[in-house]
Design a protein around this ligand. Sequence first.
Ligand SMILES: C[S@@+](CC[C@H](N)C(=O)[O-])C[C@H]1O[C@@H](n2cnc3c(N)ncnc32)[C@H](O)[C@@H]1O
Length: 262
Amino acid sequence: MSWARRRAFAALYLLGRGLESAATALRYAAAGLLDRATLQAAIIEEWRQFGIAQEASDDVSLFAWEDARFIDRDDRVLLIGCGTGRDLLALLDRGYRPDGLDLVPEAVERARQRLTERTLEALVRVGDIETVELGQRYDVFVFSWFCYAYIPESARRVRVLEKLSAHLARRGRILLSYAPAQQAGPRRTLRLTRAVARLMGASWRPEAGDSLAIAGPTMSSVTFQHFFQPGEVEAEARAAGLHVLAHEPSDQAITMALGKPG
Ligand SMILES: C[S@@+](CC[C@H](N)C(=O)[O-])C[C@H]1O[C@@H](n2cnc3c(N)ncnc32)[C@H](O)[C@@H]1O
């Protein structure tokens, strides 16, 4: 191999890397054009597509990190983000009493169908945990599979925790899971999103740890997830007047149980 060929190889590789970084930067800049409503619509669309992809699945398993240690058989449970019913049905099969809530009407419809097919009963509603009227107290609120991390903005997550706390029975628990922070999107490019959002007066502020992936040219092709730094969920829990009952890291997920003091 000649020296010139080796140099050309390295140059083309580095150019490719540069173009990849530029493409990521432009996508993150584009994400800054979203406002709160379009981001919310994109989040709903993402989960609608996820539900469609799961339509044929009849999975009723729990992941290794989703053990029900903090739930008693007679607890009233609300599973937030029940989707098409994987974990809802798994909990019912194990003798628990969960209600379900999900953003996506089609997913809720599928979950109800699966309940009927199994002659199981549970109240499954369409709604956003940020805005839904809870109407009753629960012993346990479970955020399904990283669902807490799908809520943009720390202040909004804290408000959700405050709302759940107000509807939590004595000795109630809030269970949530999230992915470890090293999977977050690039920090420098996120600054671009923030700059564009500020410039455009967006009603939503991207925050450090937010990861935004854009799969296509429409605003509905954005996916959002927040990746928490160590201590971040604890701080949000404290801000909502809650304390941490358990904090358990594993390879795929970190799980936490929160409760009211006293
Ligand atoms: C990773 S999926 C899990 C679905 C199902 N529990 C499962 O494990 O197959 C997350 C679900 O949370 C729902 N979700 C996300 N944010 C939500 C919110 N703010 N309120 C209610 N549901 C939400 C989505 O619609 C989606 O169905």
